[in-house]
Design a protein around this ligand. Sequence first.
Ligand code: SF4
Ligand code: MG
Length: 321
Amino acid sequence: QQVVLEVKNLKKYFPIKEGVFKRTKNYVRAVNDISFEVREQETFSLVGESGCGKSTTGRSILRLLEPTEGEVYYNGINLLEYSKKDFRKVRKDLQLIFQDPYSSLNPRMTVKNLLLEPLLTHRIYNKKEAEQKVLSIAEKVGLTKEQIHRHPHEFSGGQRQRISIARAMILNPKLIILDEAVSALDVSIQAQILNLLIELQRDLKLTYIFISHDLNVVKHVSDRVGVMYLGQMVEMAATENLYQKPMHPYTQSLLSAIPSHDPTVKKERIVLQGDVPDPSNPPSGCPFRLRCPQAHERCKVEKPAFVEREPNHWLACHLYD
Ligand code: SF4
Ligand code: MG
């Protein structure tokens, strides 16, 4: 498979002022040097507890937040080197869907106008073509002809997410970043929306970056998964591989918390001590060491490199040296 997006050494630091007189400058290292690839028509997921840098990664790729450092290649060209103006042209290929569709949909506009708006801004279609496009995309996401004359507040949460999916899809994007896109929905509605996303991916040949803290959902939709902790990637592998044979102690603890549907499999829950450290004051050595049940001397002094331990299975942990 071809690589669509390549993220290289991405960093996003937010400056903060500290000390009594707020003269000392420090940084929240929200995304701290991560690298990964996304391949054509796959679903690559980013998982981890809230605050681990998943959303900041997604937003930095789309330059909704300007990255501090790094490179993001889309079809071989570094997105971060585009001028704002040229970036806008590429940006229609890259869309974002997030958790709360209500906040992203203008309440005063009808669904039809919400869907027309991106088409008319980019001036790809004339009015008549644009209206046809609206009808066809509305149908694709399961909205009826008469529903498109209503306003967002007249819809349920699940239906509103269908509207924002339609809005993201209408410019024929190549890659969509889904940031907790189903997390706010009831489980039964979640399944419907996930199935819709899978169907659209197949029909429209889309590539997804799926950001979620829900490991059950991630297992269901992903081809590959990257696990983040404290702004860094700690493990990355094909979904099956990761779920069957997690190697990083953090991944092992996350997976041990998912209830098993097979009653013959007895899982031992690995409960982590303490909280995620302050990202403006990360520990020395391994970022996970303060909570790691297997931390040892070396973890204090040496930060483990992120390396390919087995084919397509990347890991940052000293245990496997
Ligand atoms: Fe745990 Fe050490 Fe591995 Fe970090 S490097 S995950 S502290 S064993
Ligand atoms: Mg988030």
